[in-house]
Ligand binder design. Structure first.
Ligand SMILES: [Zn+2]
Length: 223
């Protein structure tokens, strides 16, 4: 797996665990004009920290250097699955908030295959709570609510980022990208999402696993 970065200017969200991974290579390339030709490339993350956005992919052949013209190809099947799982993560944040009575901070997540999960900083839920979480999440799916991207400055953050966990850990920025699910929540996020909650299909809570500071909630979104 190769990681590379493209220098961009609209920093919005920090996902520092990604940047701390091994194998991360950053090249400073002009944005947008750049066509990236890496066959078989899939992109799942657009990250902004210090103006650097990173894409995750693999090279079909060779490598590239600064100012080379390259081309990206998205693995749509994988990408769409990640869009559904990412949106499901936001819906589950809401469902946990409803069940626990407050927004639960998250400590980590994998909103993608092979087995998606979010680590929540709370006592693990019992089976009754798990059932409620799944039911509340699927109500949001059935209501087919709009999922919209809103950019705000710091002054408007609290107005738009409603019911969002981790707000106190958000890095300072001129602009934030908030994923707003109508009437549900607004969460700062640089990920990729579906347009309507109905696209998720059906949310399945697969179980929990104890973590040092909370628990891992495994889930899936099935069509
Ligand atoms: Zn997201």
């Amino acid at each position: 797996m190769i990681f590379f970065g493209i220098k961009q200017t609209n920093s919005s969200f920090c996902y520092d665990s990604f940047l701390n991974r091994k194998n991360v290579k950053f090249l400073e390339l002009p944005r947008h004009e750049q066509k990236i030709t890496l066959k078989g490339l899939f992109i799942f993350a657009l990250l902004g920290i210090n103006g650097v956005f990173a894409h995750n992919g693999r090279f079909a052949s060779g490598s590239f250097k600064e100012n080379d013209e390259i081309e990206c190809e998205i693995d749509w099947e994988l990408r769409y699955k990640i869009m559904k799982l990412h949106t499901t993560g936001h819906i589950l944040d809401y469902a946990l908030r409803e069940v626990y009575g407050k927004a639960i901070d998250t400590l980590g997540a994998l909103h993608g295959p092979p087995k998606a999960y979010t680590i929540y900083k709370a006592n693990p839920p019992d089976q009754v709570m798990l059932n409620s979480i799944e039911n509340i999440a699927n109500e949001i799916v059935q209501e087919d609510k709009g999922v919209n991207i809103v950019y705000v400055d710091a002054a408007k953050l609290s107005e738009v980022a409603v019911n969002a966990p981790n707000l106190d850990r958000l890095p300072a920025s001129d602009r934030y990208r908030i994923v707003v699910i109508d009437g549900v929540n607004g969460i700062p996020c640089a990920g990729t999402h579906v347009k309507k909650t109905g696209e998720v299909g059906h949310i399945k809570v697969l179980g929990t696993e104890a973590e040092q500071e909370g628990f891992k909630l495994y889930y899936d979104a099935e069509s």
